[in-house]
Every structure is written in C-alpha cells, then in structure tokens.
Design a protein around this ligand. Structure first.
Ligand SMILES: C[S@@+](CC[C@H](N)C(=O)[O-])C[C@H]1O[C@@H](n2cnc3c(N)ncnc32)[C@H](O)[C@@H]1O
Length: 208
C-alpha cells in the first residue's frame, strides 16, 4: 500500500509523478477511443484476463468507453462479457460483448442489477467517482460480486500517495475497507512489476 509523502525522491515515484503530471493519460486511446489508463496497467489487465479468464468483468466509470472496449477486445479472444456502469449518458462504442448500464455505481440497487446480470467467474474494476465515501460504497456493494480467485481492481490509488490530491480518495477507502477483512483479499504487488501504475496496492485477488 502506498504511504503519503514517504518516497517522494524514489525514482519510481518521481517517474510516476512526472507521468501523471504530463496528462498524457488523458490523451491515450484504444482503437481511437480515449482511455484514461497507463499502457502498463492495460497490459496488466490483459495478463490478468488471460491468466484468470473471467466470465464477466464489471467496470464502474465508463467515461468515453475506451477501457470497456479494451476489455471487450481481450474477451474476444478469451471469452466473457463486460458490464460498464456510468452515471453519465453519452455515445459510446458498440461492441456485442459490452453492456452499458446507466446508473450510480454507489447504490445498492445498481449492484443488485449487476448481480442479476453476471454469472460464473467475476472480476470488478472500480474507476468512477474517486472520493473516499463513493469508493467505500462501491467496495461494500460491488466487491462481494468478485468470485474466489478473481480480481478486484481499485483504480487511482496513486492519489494522495505518489500524486497529491484534494481529499481522501480510493487508497484511503481501500485501507479502511480492508481493515476488518485482511484474510479475504490478497494484495498482488506483482501486478506493479512495470513500475508505472496508477493503482499501487489496488490489485487485489479474492482468496478462495
Ligand atoms: C475516471 S473516469 C473513468 C475512466 C475510464 N474507466 C477509462 O479508463 O477510460 C470516471 C467516470 O466515472 C463516472 N462517474 C462519476 N460518478 C459516478 C457515479 N456515482 N456512478 C457511476 N459513474 C460515475 C463519470 O461520469 C466518468 O465517466
């Protein structure tokens, strides 16, 4: 787990800060659709999907649809489907494996709708409103959908760790949520092997 202000002179942290500040991640695309992730995190997603073959990937925070399209293209090869939740309505790419759900990802009713849709091996990615209270709600309602051996990915845990932010965010939500369930989740630091990641401490595998 990242610790605020601790490693500011670490070359890895410096590069992560430089990368984040460059804003290039706001100008990154997959098949022409913007995706707000690092190429290294996307590659890690590909490795996780290949190794663990989820039947369903639940994503919160569709934005322009680039991340869901990326996931769907992985599933084109491996099998499975994506459900992507966003509170905002906009035109997004069409793909037969993607279901776009217009809903607030911090509501229990949304989690119930998602639960009714998914089956088999389920992976969950949280990438919507990054404030601590919202991520806590997503963790409470959506993390239980993750099946044993599959991944829960809490995006942007770099905020307030490597990168300063305005208020408590995903890292604080995750730390607080994990407090009473350390045996159920294994932090997979190996997923940070490329050194550039927006999700330090955010790759979690559900124990069986
Ligand atoms: C960081 S962007 C998602 C980036 C996208 N996953 C990607 O990698 O390209 C955050 C998205 O969360 C959505 N959002 C914000 N609050 C939300 C909420 N309460 N429920 C669902 N989506 C929300 C926003 O509309 C925005 O599209």
């Amino acid at each position: 787990m990242n610790s605020p202000m601790q490693a500011s002179s670490d070359p890895r942290d410096k590069f992560n800060r430089l990368y984040y500040a460059s804003n290039v991640w706001m100008h990154t695309s997959w098949h022409g659709v913007p995706v707000a992730k690092t190429p290294t995190d996307l590659w890690i997603y590909q490795e996780i999907i290949h190794e663990h073959r989820p039947d369903w990937i639940v994503e919160t925070g569709s934005w322009m649809g680039g991340s869901a399209l990326y996931l769907a293209h992985q599933l084109d090869h491996f099998g499975g489907r994506v459900i992507s939740v966003d509170i905002d309505v906009r035109e997004r790419p069409k793909h037969p494996l993607i279901t776009w759900l217009h809903a607030d990802s911090g509501r229990q009713e949304t989690a119930e709708s998602v639960r009714a849709e998914v089956s088999g091996k389920v992976m969950v990615i949280l990438d919507s409103d990054h404030t601590k209270p919202h991520v806590l709600k997503e963790l409470e309602y959506l993390a239980p959908l993750v099946t044993p051996g599959q991944y829960l990915i809490v995006e942007d845990t770099n905020l307030n760790g490597v990168v300063p932010w305005t208020e408590p965010g995903p890292a604080e939500a995750l730390a607080s949520w994990l407090q009473d369930k350390p045996d159920r989740w294994e932090e997979d630091a190996g997923r940070e092997k490329f050194l550039l990641t927006f999700n330090p401490g955010g790759y979690l595998k559900r124990r069986g």
